[in-house]
Design a protein around this ligand. Structure first.
Ligand SMILES: Cc1ncc(COP(=O)(O)O)c(C=O)c1O
Length: 389
């Protein structure tokens, strides 16, 4: 007589065989060609997995442009308090956080969208405005998450090459056609760290027809806001520009998944209409309100970044390495070949340090390093010097 557990195991096994042995042509027909072709976003391997694989205790992650300071204590406390309401759905309009953001940016609540990361708002913009024959124009060598979202919609994505690792705004404006619905700009750009200037943006925006929506992804805004001619999109209010910002970078809340979009209330209304009703969750919203008011944390995050960027770039110069001047919390180095990049990446991993090789971004000769804490940056430079030699 078999036990209940044994019977369950047999049932699970037989179900598995049934699913796996089905004629694959049946489920395959369910998948649209553009989804079958889709290259999914490949994140870095999780720290715990790497520690286990490499048999190391301590691991330094400089691969994902996160905030090395950790989360703001104010956000942790706000999450703790909000946990008491975890049995409740979040208030659907996210009004408290949207009001706080509206106050910060001196706009109306109707001008603000919130989501589970700025990438979720990007997805909602794409869902709300793209269909059929629409086309999207952006640059090569920019945020891969955007490519994945557009490709998953099955619309045409036109990519304009980078010019000297910078967005070629003129080339992008030239690539716009009658069918173009969305242009995506990332400033500062991930992974190059480059910014385009106010003057370049002003020339560009004059060339953009009214039927085109410009997404200005400013995920790294806080790190660049001090740059004299940085075109802070919130100082321009064009009706066809949507700004995206996030709590994942300077505010240290990447795992919390919280971002926001700002723009004309007519367009924001549609972005909110297609969003999942209860995102972001109530802990994320509470953390966002606390972080937004935590100017001390932001100041410390920016100071750590400035000092770390200075130290890393001075060391690169001492080592005779080329790097691209960055205005984000990361810096990109071009090398002569992809083989060099792979060897450096793997050599660093063996010493317990993860950085980001950029082949998936279309920059196979480049490596991206996120600014860490002072001792992490020092450990990276020690390991890097060793691997280089
Ligand atoms: C340029 C850019 N945009 C958007 C995102 C997504 O950020 P979020 O965590 O807000 O979804 C990232 C994350 O790395 C990014 O680099």
């Amino acid at each position: 007589m078999s036990t209940f557990i044994e019977r369950l195991a047999r049932m699970a096994e037989s179900r598995k065989t049934a699913v796996e042995s089905d004629n694959p042509s049946v489920p395959r027909r369910l998948v649209p060609a553009h989804i079958e072709r889709l290259k999914a976003y490949q994140p870095g391997r999780p720290a715990d997995q790497l520690k286990q694989e490499l048999g190391i205790e301590h691991f330094i992650n400089l691969a994902s442009n996160e905030n090395a300071l950790g989360p703001p204590a104010s956000a942790e406390a706000a999450i703790q308090a909000a946990m008491k309401e975890m049995n409740r759905y979040p208030e659907m309009g996210g009004i408290k956080l949207r009001e706080a953001l509206a106050q910060t940016y001196k706009v109306k609540v109707g001008n603000v969208a919130i989501g589970s990361g700025s990438e979720s708002i990007m997805a909602n913009i794409i869902r709300a405005f793209l269909h059929g024959d629409d086309e999207v124009v952006t640059s090569e060598g920019t945020f891969i998450g955007f490519y994945v979202l557009v490709n998953s919609q099955g619309v045409k994505l036109k990519l304009v090459p980078l010019k000297n690792y910078q967005f070629d705004l003129e080339g992008i404006a030239d690539a716009i056609s009658e069918k173009t619905k969305i242009v995506y700009l990332c400033n500062p750009n991930n992974p190059t760290g480059t910014v385009f200037s106010r003057a370049d943006f002003e020339v560009f925006i004059r060339r953009i027809p009214e039927h085109v929506l410009v997404i200005l992804d400013e995920a790294y805004f806080e790190f660049a806001m001090g740059v004299a001619d940085f075109p802070d999109s919130m100082t321009y209010r064009y009706d066809n520009v949507l700004t995206l910002r996030t709590f994942s970078k300077a505010y240290g809340l990447a795992g919390n998944r919280l971002g926001y979009g700002l723009g004309h209330d007519y367009l924001i209304g549609f972005v909110n209409k297609v969003k999942l009703p209860f995102e972001p969750n109530n802990l994320a919203q509470a953390a966002g309100i606390a972080a937004l008011n935590d100017t001390d944390f932001l100041r410390r995050a920016l100071a750590n970044n400035d000092a770390g960027m200075k130290m890393l770039t001075e060391e690169f110069e001492r080592l005779g390495l080329c790097y691209v001047k960055s205005h984000g919390n990361f810096v990109m180095l071009p090398f002569p070949s992809q083989q060099t990049v792979t060897a450096l990446h793997e050599g660093l991993l063996r010493q317990g340090i993860a950085v980001r090789p950029l082949h998936a971004f279309g920059l196979p000769n480049c490596l991206r390093i996120t600014v860490g804490l002072p001792d992490e940056n020092e450990a990276f430079i020690r390991a890097f010097s060793k691997v280089l030699s």
